[in-house]
Design a protein around this ligand. Structure first.
Ligand code: ES4
Ligand code: ZN
Length: 319
């Protein structure tokens, strides 16, 4: 039995398993530069975030129709439910689809169709968070927010992802202000590969309520003290950190030190089809590699609900 938990750092495009990628390629007549699923899996040897992103954005070519996004999301929800996920806050990257001629209306309709059935079919409540690509311009982010306006009833918040180094949060001040004015919640990837100053900037300039990853906060003791004092949740992704070489081996992951420091840490799967596991796989991996006590694992699960954008009645049901 897996412990009930909320998944707060999950890119829906990162749940595209090789088998589904090939099935969608066939359905849509898209040619892939890999002979079969084995050859594709062979390519999952990443040296850093950018080497992953190159493959990840390329494989998205198979996602074209509303049905594709519904099938992708339904497959994720089934896997998540089987791993004890009761609530999922799901990232998607509108710009990665708009730039390929797939409109945000198609994407949201497909995701939404699967999410609408999720509680009944899988017992998983859900929220959607649209992310801006930080290696695209601030103008493009603002256009994306504008394009999302007809769909804001389905979207709880905004995030910031893609290549971090060289793309500090402050570039997105205006679009985050506009998002806040629309009543959207705010999160941002920071301190995955980028310096601790990006975490501080995400808090100060973007008003981020949660930090995605935040691993490198440990390099700045004042920042750690602030994150502890203000109870800012960090959505850590241990298997992702190993696969993208942010940490050498899981046994050296700083999660235990971060919990000892009093940080509000959560454990999440990021891009599970690429990084070797879903939510419970990440819990199991840190338990095995880091020797976390049952109390620590319960704390991580509790933190996931505390850090979620849940209404109180939903929170009660999720537990
Ligand atoms: C991502 Cl691991 C990671 N970091 C930043 N952006 C991303 N998009 C998808 N996965
Ligand atoms: Zn991520």
């Amino acid at each position: 039995m897996s412990i009930p938990k909320a998944e707060l750092h999950l890119h829906i495009e990162g749940t595209l398993e090789p088998e589904l990628a090939f099935a969608l390629a066939a359905r849509n007549g898209v040619a892939l530069p890999y002979a079969d699923t084995d050859e594709l899996r062979e390519a999952y040897r990443f040296s850093d975030l950018q080497s992953f992103l190159n493959l990840y954005y390329g494989l998205m070519a198979v996602l074209r129709t509303e049905d594709d996004f519904a099938d992708l999301t339904d497959a994720y929800l089934a896997r998540a439910a089987a791993q004890g996920v009761r609530h999922a806050e799901i990232f998607f990257d509108p710009q990665a689809h708009i730039s390929r001629g797939v409109g945000i209306g198609t994407v949201v309709a497909g995701l939404g169709r699967a999410l609408d059935r999720s509680e009944a079919v899988h017992g998983v409540s859900t929220q959607l968070i649209m992310c801006f690509l930080r290696d695209e311009s601030a103008e493009s982010a603002m256009e994306t927010l504008e394009a999302a306006k007809p769909h804001l009833g389905r979207i709880v918040g905004v995030g910031l992802d893609s290549a971090e180094v060289g793309h500090p949060p402050a570039k997105f001040r205006e679009v985050y202000e506009a998002a806040a004015a629309l009543g959207l919640r705010r999160v941002a990837h920071a301190g995955e590969e980028g310096p601790p100053a990006y975490i501080t900037e995400a808090l100060d300039v973007l008003g981020a309520e949660r930090i995605d990853h935040g691993l490198r906060c440990l390099e700045d003791p004042e920042l750690v003290a602030r994150l502890v004092r203000d109870r800012v949740p960090l959505t850590l992704c241990p298997l992702s950190n190993v696969r993208l070489r942010a940490v050498d081996v899981l046994a050296e992951h700083p999660l235990p030190a971060m919990l000892d420091a009093g940080l509000l840490c959560t454990v999440n799967s990021d891009d599970p089809a690429y990084f070797g596991g879903y939510a419970e796989d990440n819990f199991r991996a840190v338990r095995a590699a880091l020797g976390l006590s049952p109390e620590r694992l319960r704390e991580l699960a509790r933190n996931s609900f505390l850090a979620a954008f849940l209404e109180h009645d939903e929170e009660r049901r999720a537990r």
